[in-house]
Design a protein around this ligand. Sequence first.
Ligand code: AMP
Length: 193
Amino acid sequence: MSHTFSPRLIILGAPGAGKGTQAELISKDKKIPHISTGEMMRGAVAASTDLGAKVKSYLDAGKLVPDELVIDLIKDRLSQPDCTNGFLLDGFPRTVAQAEALDILLNGMNKPLTHIIELEVPDEVLIDRLLDRGKSSGRTDDTREVIEERLKIYYHQTAPVSNYYSKSNRLIELRGTKVVSAIFADISNLLSS
Ligand code: AMP
């Protein structure tokens, strides 16, 4: 049964919570695309596309890109054939408006989300992890100043997304301070139950 199941899941959590790391492991294990809006936009900036030009200043400042741009990007991506048998969203939705747009889109396709997982990690740990990542990631937004801005934005604009899902009893919270393999085991259990 589990091998035919196609999860359509999102991983929520603050910057540095470990979304990207877990998303990569799950996407390989379940053979579903790992869709990271942050990666897509960094790619657009690197390739100097029209989208890249529009979003660069937001990324550099650690601010959220306007909803319309990200929602269009996701609509386009989810309509591609590799998403037919499930997908994993990492870094989207980041506002309640994005979460609502996603529900409408997926309900219209008769493919609602199957799992909404949040990784919980305290602030001190997040800042340490992000500063550490900044040493090797080459990401222009992993500096202390931009990290603090991203956390502030997370609490103001993105934390309400968790409420949006918990109000409809869809949110699954996991402790994100465990070692990578233990969190992966927790998520795998959820996906196979
Ligand atoms: P991430 O790689 O998920 O940490 O995203 C890096 C940056 O991309 C964020 O700080 C935002 O500037 C932008 N970004 C990524 N996903 C979104 C989203 N869903 N909504 C708005 N901006 C986003």
